[in-house]
Design a protein around this ligand. Structure first.
Ligand code: NI
Ligand code: MN
Length: 226
């Protein structure tokens, strides 16, 4: 598997020859200015919730690539009015088996609303089972007891967790989340983009290391083999 980071909570996973893009928010992210979204190719776009820092570029990228958008049912209703055509609408607890493996929607404790005030459904996290390994993207969330269920569904190779605090978990709770989901390798997201969520990278890494876990903070546009 390959993972490319596009800043904030946006990243792309390549698994079984398929490209899965998560929460595209690039053109409005000052830290990601050097990324040309016209060059991003993907087969699927996974959207965790309606907030603009997760949906900012979904219409542009979705229209050009014709990627299948995996999102909550109400997000599908809103996005389908914006000219997007290919969807897999889902909701909490549901699982879908596709060509890359399977994806299961899990609880995220957050809020979800479009900028125009349209209801954005419950926010979602996602557990992926694939032949190349399992992974979890929590989406924007607080630490929740529900995360303890995830090891029943997957043996995680890595987890993508927010660590920026203020709007989501901070590093301390993300360490506990990594314990709940039984995963030692965490990709940190949702930090530094805005003043409210600027963090000390070394402190965050130390908190994970103290529990025998690795926190990976990727450069924007960096790709790693994972
Ligand atoms: Ni949010
Ligand atoms: Mn967010």
């Amino acid at each position: 598997m390959k993972l490319t980071y596009y800043g904030h909570a946006s990243f792309l996973v390549e698994v079984k020859g398929k490209k899965i893009l998560f929460d595209p928010f690039i053109t409005q992210n000052d830290l990601a200015k050097n990324i040309d979204i016209e060059k991003i190719e993907c087969d699927y776009i996974v959207i965790s919730h309606a907030h603009s820092d997760h949906t900012g570029d979904v219409v542009a990228i979705g229209k050009r690539t014709k990627a299948t958008i995996i999102c909550a049912f109400e997000l599908y209703q809103w996005l389908s009015k914006k000219g997007l055509e290919n969807f897999r609408p889902m909701n909490t607890g549901g699982k879908w088996t596709a060509d890359f493996g399977s994806v299961k929607c899990v609880v995220a404790q957050h809020s979800s609303c479009f900028e125009d005030g349209t209801y954005g459904a419950n926010p979602l996290g996602f557990v992926f089972n694939t032949d190349e390994g399992d992974f979890y993207y929590s989406g924007d969330t607080a630490l929740t007891m529900d995360m303890q269920l995830i090891p029943k569904w997957a043996k995680l190779k890595f987890a993508v967790l927010p660590i920026g605090d203020n709007f989501t978990m901070g590093a301390d709770d993300a360490v506990m989340a990594a314990e709940f989901v039984q995963c030692n390798k965490v990709i940190g997201v949702h930090y530094d983009t805005f003043g409210y969520i600027v963090i000390n990278h070394e402190d965050a890494k130390k908190k994970f290391a103290e529990k025998g876990k690795e926190l990976i903070l990727m450069g924007i546009r960096e790709t790693i083999e994972i």
